[in-house]
Design a protein around this ligand. Structure first.
Ligand SMILES: C[C@](O)(CO)[C@H](O)COP(=O)(O)OP(=O)(O)OC[C@H]1O[C@@H](n2ccc(N)nc2=O)[C@H](O)[C@@H]1O
Ligand SMILES: Nc1ncnc2c1ncn2[C@@H]1O[C@H](COP(=O)(O)OP(=O)(O)OP(=O)(O)O)[C@@H](O)[C@H]1O
Length: 281
């Protein structure tokens, strides 16, 4: 029976501009999704009896609500010719609600992996469309390239970023993306910028002033990290990050973080290890 062991890399948003709000409540944004070589691991084992089981549960999330199962169910509906079942194991490393796309990346690896395991023959474009129904951050992981993004995060232009190391820190709090996006004090009318403007010096994260105010622990983490290198919020938080030219410096900074901060060091990468493993790029 075939088994796939797949990486689910994290992302950080190197900047985040909110340029408007659509009628359905979703926000138009501009961001740069930087993929990281750090993430969860997903194991998919084909079952020929058509049953889908998520073997490893994650705290506080019902099995059927897990983005992995939601992604698997979507593909199962499209598998008419074969008994599409799987035993799924998810090894979580990425903190939940961190703004580093853990659930979205898990979902993307599930879509890509089951498409292969069940030999569905769906294109990356189709998988990205299915992924978008699960979350705005899923398509970038399905496409597997560090990318400039517009729309609600699904209009992607691959971009090569410099080879940098990132320290990512998470204070002991959980930010609900929906709370930040529905907050009356969120800045929603940034002027759109061009890729070149970002590359010349970048801009910040429009959610950051509000999130710093709502979550003092995130504010504290940013102040701490700023001592070493310019620090930013990723997505709507709760993680913050800063870049370093070499791994040793990044590791030295991460090692001296205050006890209350979870942290890791990761290399910024231009292509996803998932796509590299499956020969998709
Ligand atoms: C902030 C980012 O992390 C940047 O990468 C993402 O845009 C969020 O992506 P995500 O977690 O996959 O978001 P979803 O699960 O699709 O949406 C969660 C909630 O965030 C809000 N949301 C999300 C993305 C977006 N472009 N506009 C929004 O207003 C919506 O209220 C939505 O109900
Ligand atoms: N496989 C999964 N991993 C993590 N969270 C999941 C998963 N499946 C469902 N969830 C739910 O999704 C919520 C958001 O999780 P996730 O870790 O993707 O947040 P995030 O890093 O803030 O994502 P993003 O950057 O895409 O906004 C969790 O609080 C949890 O309730």
């Amino acid at each position: 029976m075939q088994t796939l062991i797949l990486p689910c890399p994290a992302k950080i948003n190197l900047f985040l501009n909110i340029t408007g709000r659509r009628e359905d409540g979703y926000h138009e944004l501009q961001t740069l999704f930087q993929l990281l070589d750090y993430g969860d691991t997903l194991t998919l084992k084909h079952r020929t009896d058509g049953e889908l089981n998520l073997i490893s549960d994650i705290n506080g999330v019902n099995s059927e609500d897990n983005l992995v199962m939601r992604a698997a169910r979507k593909l199962q509906c499209l598998a008419v010719d074969i008994p599409a079942g799987a035993d799924i194991t998810l090894e979580k490393r990425l903190p939940m609600g961190g703004g580093i796309g853990g659930g979205s990346s898990d979902a993307a690896s599930t879509l890509i992996g089951l498409n292969q395991l069940w030999q569905l023959g769906l294109s990356i474009n189709t998988l990205a469309e299915i992924g978008l129904e699960l979350g705005a951050d899923v398509p970038v992981f399905v496409r597997g390239r560090t990318a400039w993004a517009e729309g609600i995060g699904e209009k992607l232009t691959p971009i090569e970023t410099p080879n940098l190391w990132y320290v990512v820190l998470k204070p002991d709090c959980h930010v609900a993306t929906v709370e930040v996006f529905s907050h009356e004090q969120l800045t929603r009318h940034d002027s759109p910028i061009k890729i070149a403007t970002f590359l010349e010096g970048g801009t910040g994260n429009s959610c950051e002033p509000l999130v710093r105010k709502l979550y003092p622990d995130i504010d504290k983490a940013l102040i701490w990290l700023e001592q070493f290198s310019p620090a930013k919020l990723t997505g709507t938080g709760a993680c913050v990050f800063a870049s370093f030219k070499d791994q040793m410096t990044a590791q030295a900074v991460c090692a001296q973080r205050p006890n209350e901060l979870f942290g890791f060091v990761a290399r910024g990468i231009n292509t996803s290890p998932l796509h590299n493993a499956l020969g998709l790029l």
